[in-house]
Design a binder for this molecule. Sequence first.
Ligand code: GLN
Length: 193
Amino acid sequence: MAKTSKTIGIVAFQGGVIEHKKIVQELGHRVIEVREPKDLSSCEAFIIPGGESTTIGFFIEQTGIGKELIKRAAAGTPIIGTCAGAIVLAKNINSNIIPPHLGLLDITIRRNAYGQQIDSFYADLQIPSLKINNLHAAFIRAPIIEKTGTEVKILARHGKEIVLVQQGKILAATFHAELRADPRLHEYFISLI
Ligand code: GLN
């Protein structure tokens, strides 16, 4: 159990909501599923899950949650995006379909960059600056981070590809850790509160 329990908002329109929820709760924190602007008020950090960035982007724009998340990020609230969530956080998206996005993270990210569903894979990642070895990651129709701005720290690579970055309290992973029930990235993220 965590020393102090935090309240984490998970953007809950589509994608890996349940898997993130389970990890956050197992770490001893409270979860609020965020679907409308009023859901954000008591949250101390936000997770944008993997799934389909066009769908998640559409709903955050339509509901007004996107605007609220931008305000909360400016106020220093930590936000993590995994896979589709990383795309939604990005400033620049390289794709023929550009989903509505928040532009909070100074990266260029290319959607579906490893190929199709069948090209999905598992990998164990090294994150030396967080002292995490062999983080169990799943890459499912994952994007690739092609460029990072000067404020963006690269935390992990898989081969030559950048897979985990941080800019201030904004984190983006091109993979899923929640699908393989590895809580260590969430633990670090929540420590940013
Ligand atoms: N291919 C999806 C997209 O572009 C992301 C896949 C995922 O989140 N696992 O939105």
